[in-house]
Design a protein around this ligand. Structure first.
Ligand SMILES: [Zn+2]
Length: 159
């Protein structure tokens, strides 16, 4: 585990306490809430690594609570993404056929269409660009287990 600190100015300039406005926040989650205060975990992407910080927010709408606990240097812990499969639920008798699988080549491009139906949808980033592809189970497995690839996988969903 490695630690670093971010300055309050760095975090403020990048809108880290407003994750939907921030370009560096890749994940945010409410950790805890009571009547007065909520605690939020935010994951920041910076120079190829991911860092977790926690800030607090007033639930009273008063705006006098310092998000960074009155610290000028905010401690961050290095984290890494663990991919999990999530399910979408569709109506039975949805008439639309699933598309054929479009697996990726080593450069993150759709290389060929395989004969299997694509059960999985994978969102990923390649060269800073957000992309989505559809994969059969076998190609999903090889995509997730490819070592040393350049794919930055963000989400996997079952169709
Ligand atoms: Zn396939």
């Amino acid at each position: 585990m490695s630690d670093r600190t971010f300055s309050r100015e760095w975090l403020t300039r990048r809108h880290v306490t407003a994750p939907f406005m921030s370009r560096v926040v890749v994940h945010s989650e409410k950790l805890h809430q009571d009547d007065d205060v909520s605690l939020h975990q935010v994951v920041i992407y910076d120079e190829g690594r991911y860092w977790s910080v926690v800030f607090q927010e007033s639930e009273l709408g008063l705006g006098h609570l310092d998000p960074w606990f009155d610290q000028d240097l905010v401690k961050a812990v290095e984290v890494y993404p663990v991919y999990r499969v999530v399910s979408d639920w569709k109506e039975v008798e949805d008439g639309a056929p699933a598309p054929l699988c479009r697996p990726l080549d080593v450069n993150g491009r759709n290389s060929l269409v395989c004969h299997e139906q694509a059960e999985w949808v994978m969102a990923y980033r390649y060269n800073g660009e957000a992309r989505v592809t559809e994969l059969c189970s076998e190609h999903l497995y090889t995509s997730l287990n490819r070592n040393g690839n350049a794919l930055d996988i963000r989400e996997v969903k079952h169709r």
